[in-house]
Design a protein around this ligand. Structure first.
Ligand code: FPP
Length: 250
């Protein structure tokens, strides 16, 4: 391990880190390049973050790769992003598998182009028993879509008499969301200087520490990730308690 890791408290590594990967387009423009050049560079950041996460022991990574709102981008960019996704999955699955990475998705992937759906399903199936790290790609995802769906599913169960209204608990809602098998993130990182959540994991982020950086996603690499985790380790996570109460339990 390099010096980069010396400030890192190995006993307080977040189990789950979520990312809003923003700034690919602006970064590409700053290089005098097309937006897709920025997305391609963004894939390199994804690869480096996965590698770093494995090295330091982060167990779950969720990446907001395509939102339900992203369909409104120019058709050429949407098609380019889908191609990039298929290319990344095709090129990286063997390596991910070798390194014990399990791939999952959240969002309505059935509405993605057919080539995308099949390569995703193949990669998900191939990596399903891996345990070193779970990579969750949020694709055609938005939190309001996810919560609306959960409401419909629960309402249907109540209508069928399988569930009573008293049984609609936080736990029941957790179980009905796309993320049912995934712990809530302890840390959310958004790049590119925007300080908002943009319809991402609205339920799951209730107690998550938020970290915003001006660095554009294609330049968000190992050092920036470690820096974000060190910043997280300085935070006091109180979950509604007082500082004194927390210290009593230490
Ligand atoms: C935001 O930058 C980025 C996206 C909408 C897509 C993110 C996708 C990738 C990094 C590539 C595919 C991912 C995987 C996991 C293989 P932006 O276009 O909104 O940038 P801007 O705000 O500067 O315009």
């Amino acid at each position: 391990m390099t010096n980069l890791y010396t400030n890192l408290d190995q006993t307080n590594i977040p189990k789950h880190v979520a990312f809003i990967m923003d700034g690919n387009g602006r970064w590409a423009k700053s290089q005098g390049q097309h937006r897709l050049f920025g997305h391609a560079a963004g894939v390199e950041s994804v690869k480096e973050i996965i590698k770093t996460a494995r090295e330091i022991g982060v167990q779950f990574l969720t990446m907001y790769a395509f939102s339900t709102e992203n369909w409104n981008r120019p058709a050429e960019e949407v098609a380019g992003l889908m191609d990039l996704l298929v290319q990344a999955i095709t090129n990286e699955t063997d390596d991910m598998h070798k390194n014990g990475v399990r791939l999952l998705t959240i969002g309505d992937i059935e509405a993605l182009p057919e080539g995308c759906v099949s390569s995703l399903k193949e990669a998900i199936d191939k990596t399903k028993d891996n345990t070193a790290l779970t990579l969750i790609l949020a694709l055609n995802y938005s939190a309001r879509w996810e919560i609306t769906n959960a409401c419909k599913l629960i309402a249907e169960k109540v209508k069928q008499g399988v569930l009573s209204t008293d049984q609609i608990t936080e736990d029941q809602i957790n179980k009905t969301l796309n993320t049912s098998m995934i712990p809530d993130p302890e840390l959310l990182i958004r790049t590119s200087g925007e300080c908002r959540i943009s319809n991402f994991l609205l339920w799951q982020l209730s107690y998550t520490e938020l970290y915003f950086t001006a660095v554009q996603w294609p330049e968000f690499r190992r050092a920036e990730f470690i820096h974000a985790i060190c910043a997280f380790q300085q935070r006091e996570r109180r979950f509604g308690l007082t500082s004194e109460q927390l210290n009593e339990h230490k």
